[in-house]
Each structure stands twice: as C-alpha cells, then as structure tokens.
Design a protein around this ligand. Structure first.
Ligand code: NDP
Length: 337
C-alpha cells in the first residue's frame, strides 16, 4: 500500500516515514518547499521511488491536498505548528484546524482508495493543568485551554495557545467525520502522545533549531540551565519517538482501531529523571537535585494507556515492550538491550 504523510520533514514524521518504508509501504510525503524535500530524499535514497515527496505550500488553502491524496490507501496527518512563540493564538490554531480539515476534505473528494486516516493529535488535547494528582483517559478533553485562549487572546500562556490549537484541531476532525459519516470510505484514528523524545533524524541546522519537545527543555537540561528545584519538581509524561512511529503504522493496520482516539504514553517523569539517566550514561552535566527520589515523587498528570495496549498491542511492539520482555525473560536470554 501507499501512505501519505503530511509534514514529512518533521521530527516525528521522519520516524513515521522510516517505519513505513521499513515495513514495505510506499510513502508520499508532503513538505512546504523544495528545500525541505532534499534531506528526506537523501536519508531515504536507498528506497528509490518508494518515497515520493510533493510540495503543499499552504496546508490551510481549500483543496490543498486534492492532488496529494490521489491513489493513497492511508494518510498520516502530522503537520501542525508546535512552538511556544506565538503572539496571536491563530498563528497556531489556523494551520492546526484548517490543515486538518483540508486533509479530510481532500480525502473525501479525491481519496477514493483511502481506507484509514490517522491524525497526530496530542495529550495536550486530553489533559488540563492540575492542582492534585489525576489520571486522564481518552474520555477527557482539554476545554480549559480553549476557554483561556477565548478569554485572554494574545495574553493567554504559550502552552494554552498550543494546547488550544491541538484540541480544536482534533475536535474539528471528529466533527468532520460525524457530519460526513454517510459519505466516507475511510475511518479516523487519532493518536494522543505526551512529550515525544528520542533520536532526531530530521534536518536540524543547530541545537537551537531543534523541534520544541527536544529543545525546551530536553536540550536545555544538558546545558545545565535549569535549577535543581525545577528539575525535581517539574515533569510530564513521554513516549519514545520510535514507539510513536510504530503506533502510527499499527494505527493504519488495525481495523479495530477505527473511530478511536488513543493515548500513546510510556509513563511519567520529572526532568531530574533524564538528568540522572544522562549522568549514568556518562554525560558531563550538573547533578541537579541529588535528594530527588523517583519512588517518592508525585506525578500530577498521568495517562491511562489501557486502550493503546488493547488496540495497538504496543506493549509487544514498542521499545517499552522489548524492554519489558527482556526484563521478564532475563534468565533465558543470551542477549541484552
Ligand atoms: P516538528 O516541528 O518537527 O514538525 C512539525 C511539522 O509540521 C513540520 O513538517 C512542519 O513543517 C509542519 N508545520 C508546522 N507548521 C506548519 C504550518 N503552519 N503549515 C504547514 N506545515 C506546518 O514537530 P513534531 O514532529 O514534534 O510534531 C509533529 C506533530 O506531532 C504535530 O502535530 C505535533 O502537534 C504533534 N505532537 C508532538 C509532540 C512532541 O512532543 N514533539 C507531542 C504531541 C503531539 P515546516 O518544517 O515547514 O515548518
């Protein structure tokens, strides 16, 4: 089969493209300009014409994806702005929402072979900032971010602007499906990852130009620019970019995933956990908060991953699963990870 990947030059998308190619799919990736196609073509040169890169200059324009959807069996929509530099919240909201609906409109009109569309949403559209520990699941929606942005506009916090863009985009996708349900030849799967970390294989000109989740704060902590208290008290949840890419492929393969939003998370952390891992691996960085005890820390936002376990079998496929397998069978294995 052939899969369309939007925003194919992004951090997550390069891993999605790679995983699809490795599993025998042909890929058509969209990028905004010729310059952004070059690195993709270089990285995957060995796949020859299994990878096609097309230009969609403005994903918000009517008919933007009309040509791109022709002849593909599935779509992975990843393109969406992720940064904390927006003045007007519409800088994020317009491309997030309209980019998503343009993909779905084009798929409805011209995607005659499309059977499944996967939209990369986020835990940003699931969780709301918390004063007390809480477990969030797929039934939860981040309406607080939308309310904050409606009330405060440009004065809303940067996380609220980004989270509102992701929540509104995901809502728009589900509304589109509901409105057109009698006409669709495809169904929708939404993936909701928390912070995505892992090796970067996309084009990055300098550390400062890293994508948001790998830069702020992941790269910053390695420079030692955060204080000990911040490191041991601030955290979130994460997923390895390679596991998330695998989830994107499983999401097009599994019939039973259709019509579902699925949280894909490895678990919670505090920044100090990453500092400790980096130091164990030999990184020469400040120790941070040496009194930190991961067993005693409180995680305020935790995600229920039961659905991903059931529908995507990620525990058997992802790196997390490989590690758990290795732990469980450690007495029998001749290899380690
Ligand atoms: P990147 O910034 O690396 O990639 C973003 C992609 O979207 C790029 O291809 C970028 O193209 C494209 N894009 C951004 N803004 C626009 C725009 N206005 N018009 C058209 N294309 C645009 O980020 P990630 O790979 O991290 O993010 C990919 C997806 O995953 C996004 O939907 C993001 O919200 C979601 N996500 C990411 C998480 C993370 O921790 N990284 C967590 C949860 C969800 P260009 O290079 O031309 O700007």
């Amino acid at each position: 089969g052939k899969v369309l990947v939007t925003g194919a030059n992004g951090f997550i998308a390069l891993w999605v493209v790679r995983t699809l190619l490795e599993q025998g799919y042909a890929v058509r990736g969209t990028v905004r300009s010729e310059g952004k196609a070059r690195h993709l073509k270089e990285v995957f040169a060995s796949y020859g014409d299994k990878l096609e890169v097309v230009i969609v200059e403005d994903i918000t324009k009517a008919g933007a994806f009309d040509e791109a959807v022709k002849g593909v069996d599935a779509i992975e929509h990843t393109a969406s702005p992720f940064h904390f530099k927006a003045d007007d919240p519409d800088e994020l909201i317009v491309p997030a929402v309209h980019g998503t609906t343009r993909v779905l409109e084009s798929a409805l009109a011209y995607g005659t072979a499309v059977k499944r569309i996967v939209v990369t949403s986020s835990c940003a559209s699931v969780m709301e900032a918390q004063e007390a520990p809480r477990v969030f699941s797929e039934v939860d929606w981040n309406n607080a971010a939308i309310a904050e942005v409606r009330e405060k506009g440009r004065a809303a916090t940067q996380p609220a602007k980004y989270r509102a863009s992701k929540t509104l985009a995901e809502k728009a996708a589900w509304e589109f499906v509901e409105k057109n349900k009698d006409k669709l030849t495809w169904d929708l799967v939404v993936l909701n990852p928390p912070y995505v970390f892992g090796p970067t294989i996309h084009e990055v000109s300098a550390a400062e130009a890293l994508n948001e989740s790998m830069h702020d704060w992941f790269y910053s902590i390695f420079k030692g620019s955060k204080n000990a208290k911040q490191l041991s008290t601030i955290g979130s949840s994460w997923v390895d970019v390679r596991d998330l890419a695998e989830a994107h492929v499983l999401a097009i393969k599994r019939p039973e995933a259709g019509g579902e939003r699925i949280i894909v998370s490895e678990g919670p952390w505090k920044w100090q956990d990453w500092v400790n891992v980096a130091r164990e691996l030999g990184a020469d960085i400040p120790a941070g908060d040496e009194s930190y005890d991961p067993a005693k820390t409180t995680h305020y936002i935790v995600f229920d991953t039961t659905k991903a376990g059931k529908l995507l079998d990620l525990k058997d496929h992802g790196k997390g699963g490989r590690r758990k397998f290795a732990e469980k069978n450690k007495d029998k294995l001749a290899w380690d990870l």
